[in-house]
Design a protein around this ligand. Structure first.
Ligand code: TXA
Ligand code: MG
Length: 325
């Protein structure tokens, strides 16, 4: 069985030792939990792909403890530096193309089919400390089985990986609850969003010009592949207007009397944010999906969620979670 451990310094040192010995371990970040390996170990990185059942072409994000550390591995252009200064440490992943001599020690296995690198500086102090102890970036995807719901609690990771000698550092519920925003910074302070995430277009637009959004999965693979993602084991329906007594309901905001009548007979109703707060909904989204993902319900009916700000990211995740292929 996996072991959940508290983030004491001796425990973090034990995890660092395991990572240096080419093993994997799970750690909290401010977005979701990551399944990490030291980024110069092809052995460790291959274990990530194997345990997650993730296709080898799909590249991993590199996690750093500071901008200074990133700059030991990569040369950043002016747009990347501007974004790094405003959003790091935090939930922004930058696509980098210019490794230094040290950067070339990053194992190509972590890049999958990509020819560029995805990097972010984590804000979570436990993750920062772990990366400092390892003294090398950690390659880490979200710590869930490929295509399944992302983990926002140590217990989600535990149920995803029934492995022996597998350590999960418990940092409690992740603060943001949605993955990082992945952007490609092009010339002249312009960015393309490859994956919407915890940092909204509006926040980015304060500093750079935001171009059209494209899905990173479509960049990495043939268009149309990997439509299904973030999915519970039971079917999920978006923009639901009614529910049966066998369905679970994921609600948002105060329910009107008509909505109460339409959803009231459901087997269970969880509300992402009774106040209609999108940050609260983002924080709760995956944890509530984990709770409702139970075969005793026929499916999960999700009420409409406003498509502005973080709502756009939530809706992108729900659309993929509802896809059947
Ligand atoms: O918040 C997050 O980003 C979390 C935490 C653990 O940091 N990580 C995460 O990793 O969501 P993952 O592997 O679940 O998703 C990373 C996405 C994948 O869709 C991958 O295709 C894309 O990032 N990606 C990685 N490297 C890329 C690259 N060089 N170019 C384009 N997309 C890339
Ligand atoms: Mg993921």
């Amino acid at each position: 069985m996996a072991t959940i451990i508290d983030p004491s310094i001796p425990n973090l040192k034990q995890v660092a030792c395991q990572l240096l010995n080419h093993n994997v371990a799970a750690f909290p970040t401010e977005t979701v939990y990551g399944l990490g390996a030291i980024a110069n170990s092809s052995e460790g990185i291959l274990k990530i792909y194997h345990y997650k059942k993730r296709p080898l072409f799909n590249p991993l994000i590199l996690h750093f403890s500071s901008l200074e550390q990133v700059q030991l591995y990569f040369t950043l252009n002016s747009t990347q530096l501007l974004l790094a200064k405003h959003f790091w440490p935090g939930a922004l992943t930058l696509i980098l193309t210019n490794p230094t001599k040290l950067g070339k020690q990053i194992c190509k296995t972590s890049l999958g089919k990509a020819t560029s690198y995805a990097a972010r500086v984590v804000q979570n102090p436990i993750a920062q400390k772990l990366i400092e102890l390892v003294n090398f970036p950690l390659a880490a995807p979200s710590a869930n089985q490929f295509n399944h719901i992302s983990p926002t609690l140590a217990q989600h990771v535990e149920s995803s990986f029934p492995l022996n000698n597998f350590l999960i550092i418990d940092g409690g519920a992740t603060v943001l609850g949605l993955e990082s925003t992945i952007v490609k910074a092009t010339a002249n302070n312009t960015v393309t969003i490859l994956r919407p995430g915890s940092i909204t277009n509006t926040s980015l637009a304060k500093y750079v010009k935001v171009e059209q959004t494209i899905s990173s999965q479509e960049v990495i693979t043939a268009p149309g592949m990997l439509k299904k993602h973030y999915s519970p084991s039971i079917q999920l329906h978006i923009n639901a207007t009614t529910a049966t007594s066998q369905q679970a309901v994921l609600a948002f905001g105060q329910l009107s009397s008509e909505e109460q009548a339409s959803f009231g007979k459901a087997a269970i109703i969880l509300n992402l944010s009774p106040q209609g707060d999108l940050s609260e909904a983002a924080h709760n989204l995956y944890a509530m999906l984990w709770q409702l993902d139970n075969p005793k319900y026929t499916s999960i009916a999700v009420m409409p969620i406003p498509n502005s700000g973080l709502g756009a990211t939530i809706n992108e995740r729900l659309l993929k979670a509802s896809s059947k292929n």
